[in-house]
Design a binder for this molecule. Structure first.
Ligand code: MAN
Length: 347
């Protein structure tokens, strides 16, 4: 059952709405924004994915080299050593590469439909070897002492979770990798529970286990421990292959409500909900049997990588979750959920 109310202006942002941020590149995709409210406006921290204009018979994409400069790698499409069956990631001689380079870019809006850039807020690019394939899918936790940004660091050696802290989105304190590989989809709870910080994260365990949602605790948000698996994939279900947290859990009277993504083996990405105990978030009180949102709109079914609705950003106004999401790994959309309706769907 799909209980999302989609914005009738969707998609609200497309690659052609912005100018490329890296010289010589095109914007291929806009994806999965982090969301926060600041100065009475809604802000999206977009993941912008770029690559050079593609030439017939070749696959070319940018990476950062050891000196931190952009370098373009190029492969022949008919090279027998190349596996280019996935538009997002290719394999050549045993090494994986991303087909685009992602960085983060801020846009803001007064009406949640028309977004614009403000030159006072510069883009955030990957830095250093652990981000040489880019940075992606940033969650923004709005906390008493600043904004805590958790994002995916991608490089030839790892996919892991990085943390940056900012008070103004003009300067950033980079804390490095807080969850080592393979890990992504990290959402920090926006307040302490019994004097501890909590975060959801998604390690991958290829031999035993899989791509499951875990909970961790911390006293400083940099060092995390007491990890517990709270949601595994479910056989023969819409979330049979991978699950991962969306944005920071929403505090409700009935528990922490988390909107998460799940995919099956066909890489069809839907959203569902988890309800966690207010005092002990490792206790799962309820979980969606059916998705609360599925890729059903045309822009969710076709695009750079079709059949995807993926979220890692929202804000709450009364009973409404204003959810922003990436559709088909290409365009940015908005939908609303009634918290009451989501909670009822869990009963
Ligand atoms: C997966 C997809 C890609 C992403 C990489 C690295 O292949 O989610 O979009 O770029 O992982 O995180």
């Amino acid at each position: 059952m799909d209980i999302a109310k989609r914005c009738n202006k969707n998609p609200i942002l497309r690659p052609s709405d912005l100018k490329p941020g890296i010289e010589g590149m095109e914007i291929t995709c806009l994806l999965n924004p982090g969301v926060f409210r600041m100065n009475g406006k809604t802000w999206l921290l977009l993941r912008v994915a770029e690559r050079p204009k593609q030439i017939e018979g070749k696959i070319s994409f940018p990476v950062y080299n050891k000196g931190g400069q952009i370098e373009v790698l190029s492969f022949d499409k008919d090279d027998p050593q190349l596996d280019a069956s996935d538009p997002r990631v290719i394999r050549y001689k045993g090494q994986n590469y991303l087909t685009t380079l992602s960085y983060l870019r801020l846009v803001c809006s007064d009406d949640d439909v028309h977004f614009r850039e403000d030159p006072a807020y510069p883009p955030i690019f990957g830095e250093g070897m652990l981000e040489s394939f880019g940075i992606e899918d940033c969650r923004v936790a709005t906390m008493e002492d600043g904004f805590f940004l958790t994002y995916t660091m991608v490089s030839p050696v790892a996919v892991g979770v990085g943390l940056m802290v900012t008070k103004d989105f003009k300067t950033y304190d980079r804390k490095g990798m807080i969850f080592p590989p393979h890990n992504k989809d990290c959402a920090v709870f926006e307040e302490k529970i019994n004097n501890k910080y909590y975060a959801l994260h998604r390690p991958s365990s290829p031999e035993l286990g899989g791509n499951y949602i875990w909970l961790a605790e911390s006293s400083d948000r940099i060092h995390w421990g007491n990890h517990k698996c709270i949601a595994a994939t479910r056989d023969n279900s819409w979330d049979s292959a991978r699950v991962g947290a969306g944005a920071a859990p929403i505090k409700t009277k009935e528990g922490w409500l988390e909107i998460y993504h799940g995919a099956n083996s066909d890489h069809r990405y839907c959203l569902g909900a988890l309800l966690l105990d207010l005092n002990d978030p490792s206790r799962v009180l309820a979980r969606s049997v059916e998705p609360v949102m599925e890729p059903v709109a045309e822009y969710e079914k076709t695009g750079f990588f079709g059949n995807v609705v993926f979220t890692n950003g929202q804000y709450v106004k009364g009973d409404t979750v204003k959810l922003f999401y990436g559709a088909s790994d290409e365009v940015i959309c908005r939908a609303e959920f009634s918290i009451k309706e989501v909670l009822n769907s869990l009963k």
